[in-house]
Design a binder for this molecule. Structure first.
Ligand code: FMN
Length: 207
């Protein structure tokens, strides 16, 4: 046990980000963290999903994974968001979930949590960095503590070198990628554990 309750919140249409999320969950559980692996709800119309065999199959494959609820973020003291790029932003499915969190945010319940993010895109320069940075903008609004991987381990550079968060090309998640995901997840848990264990009495109400 390390006092870390990690919510891994992901979206995946075709499977890459699902694989990344499962890898992160396994790495997190191995540290002793309490982990909730949850997927955001699919919001695309059923006929659209059914119109693409690969999309329908992936959604079927994830049926046993619970759908993310605001309570998962209330419960956790660390968040890992994982989602593909859509024109340089996270998919609307992820934004739809984020847009249900106003109540928790207004009570300050999203603040001070350690967070990190990962993504994928079809192309190497297809928007990975922009997607993660855009998501971090929202996470700053919440007052979270962003835990980027930086270049804190050789695994980051060996997997493409994105210092903002792990990213991969769609369908190309390999062992180098796995090592980078494990490193970023462990680093997030390390910082979350330190935040959970620290003692500090603010001298002013505003601190
Ligand atoms: C509507 C839409 C927009 C996309 N925009 C981009 C893009 O701007 N750049 C890019 O490289 N890939 C883009 N992609 C490809 C996705 O990022 C890719 O399918 C995804 O990373 C695969 O992840 P998944 O297997 O978890 O769904 C787009 C895909 C869709 C469906």
């Amino acid at each position: 046990m390390n006092n870390v309750k990690l919510a891994i919140v992901f979206y995946s249409t075709y499977g890459t980000n699902h694989e990344v999320a499962e890898t992160a969950a396994e790495a997190a559980r191995a540290t002793g963290a309490d982990v909730r692996l949850v997927r955001v709800a699919e919001t695309a119309p059923e006929e659209v999903v059914k119109g693409q065999e690969a999309w329908a199959k992936q959604l079927e494959k994830m049926q046993d994974i619970p759908v993310a609820k605001p309570d998962d973020l209330d419960w956790a003291n660390a968040y890992l968001f994982i989602a593909p790029t859509r024109f340089g932003c996270v998919p609307s499915q992820m934004r739809a979930f984020i847009d249900t969190l106003g109540g928790l945010w207004s009570q300050g319940k999203l603040a001070n949590k350690a967070v990190s993010a990962m993504t994928s895109a079809q192309n190497t320069n297809g928007g990975q960095e922009a997607t993660i940075l855009g998501l971090y903008t929202t996470l700053m609004h919440w007052g979270t503590v962003i835990v980027a991987p930086g270049y804190t381990d050789a695994a980051v550079s060996e997997a493409g070198g994105n210092p903002y968060g792990f990213s991969t090309n769609a369908g190309a998640f390999d062992d180098k990628g796995r090592a980078a995901v494990v490193h970023q997840t462990e680093r997030l848990i390390d910082v979350a554990a330190k935040l959970a264990g620290g003692q500090f009495e603010a001298q002013t109400a505003a601190a």
